[in-house]
Design a binder for this molecule. Structure first.
Ligand SMILES: C=CC1=C(C)c2cc3[nH]c(cc4nc(cc5[nH]c(cc1n2)c(C)c5CCC(=O)O)C(CCC(=O)O)=C4C)c(C)c3C=C
Ligand SMILES: [Fe+2]
Ligand SMILES: [Fe+2]
Length: 364
């Protein structure tokens, strides 16, 4: 009979027990081309966490209209931000995984393996979970890289992990991070990044904090995302000592015709431009890595909207990306979720040698 579950890695007695940490981000197309955008958008927009319509209604619209028009338009936008190493989102996520691994290693936690996966596209979640299991990870912490929980981002990333576990015979122990929208280290890293930016470029008339939007009905049906974005915004403003008229919170990236969370970034930038606002700085605290939505939609399109409406000066403050204090904060967040699992590498080696001795005994 065919095994209904995924193939298990070979079992080795005495293999050191490791802890896996899987950083998960959204994912990008393989290339900034129409051909690569089509399968990426098909996977992305077929996710019921993203478009909450029944398949029989949505799939004909997706396949008949959207996948014939959007890929070309989106490919042009991706081409404008693509780097020699690939999509910025992938480049920064990969770097974050390496740096976090390095910091945990320096802290004596050599038994922790950090890797990353993408919810849509490559590297796929199923493949990376399989690799961690193969390397002896009996315990895995899943870390969606979204500070604010949304069903369409965090929920979807975890769905994909749980789907792999559904097909797994020997399941590892699993922990998840739901959000870190109010984690002191995350807020302080954001504040430091703004302070550094302002020390170099001066301070604006207004700081706009722009978050990716979600449909308004999601909030009404109980999604905590809106609340968490507002809390992040308030904490960041407090850390920077800003008064209420010095900052505001907006939502971007509306998709489709339904109402999304308001105020919309583009409409507010137009109003601020028309009001002849001297200078606006925009930061996107909901994205830990720069990507299409920040580099193209905000830094390029948003700037054009503000300036053409009559605004004078527009600055985009980059995401946390690979900032040292952010890597340190993420490592702290991860470590706090590993509580009870963590041992130093010396403990771990001792345990492995004890296990080796025991398993030899059992087989003689
Ligand atoms: C920050 C968290 C995100 C949430 C919440 C989110 C919800 C959401 N997104 C769409 C539709 C699209 N988003 C697209 C790009 C994109 N989205 C996020 C993050 C969140 N999305 C990121 C980081 C990116 C950039 C990816 C990159 O490669 O740089 C796109 C694709 C690009 C395009 O064709 O415009 C779409 C489409 C919906 C509908 C939604 C919630 C319902
Ligand atoms: Fe999105
Ligand atoms: Fe967008």
């Amino acid at each position: 009979m065919k095994d209904p579950f995924l193939k298990e890695p070979a079992y080795t007695h005495g293999q050191a027990q490791r802890i896996g940490v899987l950083l998960i981000n959204l994912g990008s197309p393989a290339a900034p081309t129409k051909q690569a955008l089509k399968p990426y958008l098909r996977e992305f927009l077929s996710d019921q966490r993203i478009v909450e319509l029944p398949g029989w209604l949505w799939q004909p619209i997706l396949r008949g209209i959207i996948l014939n028009t959007r890929p070309k338009h989106s490919a042009e936008k991706y081409a404008a931000i693509w780097t020699k190493d690939g999509s910025p989102l992938k480049v920064y996520t990969e770097r974050l995984a390496k740096l976090t691994q390095g910091l945990l290693g320096e802290g004596g936690h050599k038994q922790i393996l950090v890797s990353y996966a993408m919810r849509y596209g490559q590297p796929a979640i199923a493949t990376e979970l399989a690799k961690l299991k193969e390397k002896g990870c009996e315990r895995i912490l899943l870390v969606p890289l979204y500070p604010q929980y949304a069903a369409s981002s965090t929920g979807s990333a975890l769905d994909a992990c749980f789907r792999t576990l559904l097909a797994t015979r020997n399941q590892p122990e699993i922990r998840t991070i739901k959000h870190f929208h109010d984690a002191p280290g995350y807020i302080e890293s954001l504040a430091n990044s703004v302070r550094r930016y302002w020390a170099e470029h001066g301070q604006p008339s207004k700081l706009v904090m722009s978050f990716h939007g979600i449909p308004k009905f999601a909030l009404e049906r109980g999604d905590p995302y809106h609340c968490e974005c507002l809390k992040t915004g308030r904490l960041l403003a407090e850390a920077l000592g800003l008064t209420k008229d010095q900052y505001e919170i907006c939502f971007q990236s509306r998709f489709g015709r339904a109402e999304w969370l308001q105020p919309y970034l583009s409409a507010r930038l137009e109003q601020l431009g028309k009001a002849r606002t001297e200078r606006v700085d925009v930061i996107c605290p909901g994205f830990v890595a720069d990507c299409l939505e920040t580099l193209e939609e905000v830094a390029m399109e948003g700037k054009a909207t503000f300036l053409s409406a009559g605004g004078k000066d527009f600055h985009y403050i980059p995401c946390l990306n690979d900032n040292t204090d952010w890597v340190t904060s993420l490592t702290t967040i991860i470590q706090s979720h590993l509580s009870g699992w963590l041992q130093t590498s010396t403990d771990n080696e001792r345990q492995a040698s004890r296990q080796r001795a025991l398993s030899h005994g059992a087989h003689q």
